[in-house]
Design a protein around this ligand. Sequence first.
Ligand SMILES: [Zn+2]
Length: 84
Amino acid sequence: MVSMSQHQFENFTASSLYCQKCQATMPVRERLLLVLPDKEIFDYLCTGCASSVGQREVTAGEKIMAQAVAQRRPRRVPLRTPRR
Ligand SMILES: [Zn+2]
């Protein structure tokens, strides 16, 4: 049964997500689940039952920007096609 006490989404931040097990909006913990060359996947775990209630992908765009600022590493740009 779905209760009528459905909160209006105040600020739908990732710090609280709906948990199916708890059947309530629970605070979640962000956990780095998977690191890929081009993106990172975060897992959101319910603090009540520790089950995964959501995931978030962070593309490398923001990271690349940060890294580019932190350390300028010139890319290897092929100026000439190597000939043998
Ligand atoms: Zn839960």
